[in-house]
Design a protein. Structure first.
Length: 115
């Protein structure tokens, strides 16, 4: 994966592009605007906000599983499942992907404003 990333754009995988704090703030803002948001990847409905948080902390803030677990106060297994659900939802659910994109954009705006 590292070799492919270097060939594609010269970056390493999991290179952070925003901070956990900026992601959390953007996520909180989106949650306040939209309210409850759930997904149903199986038989049970799950909190989409928790999935977005774990997935974006992994992909955009560069945190690994144990760091996300510490940050969110959840078990490593729960975090791993949420990151996997995030990846699946990005591919399969246009609404989810759009919301994730808006949250990431808001987090990046915060990060760039801090510089």
């Amino acid at each position: 994966m590292r070799r492919k990333a270097a060939l594609a754009d010269g970056t390493a995988p999991w290179t952070p592009i925003t901070t956990a704090a900026d992601l959390d703030a953007a996520l909180d803002e989106a949650r306040q605007q939209r309210g409850e948001y759930t997904l149903q990847p199986g038989r049970k409905r799950v909190d989409a906000w928790a999935i977005l948080q774990a997935g974006l902390l992994s992909t955009a803030a560069g945190l690994r599983g144990l760091d996300i677990a510490r940050h969110t106060g959840r078990a490593a297994g729960t975090v791993s499942r949420r990151v996997r659900l995030h990846r699946d939802a990005l591919r399969e659910d246009e609404t989810y992907a759009s919301i994730a994109g808006r949250i990431l954009r808001a987090a990046l705006d915060r990060t760039l404003a801090d510089d």
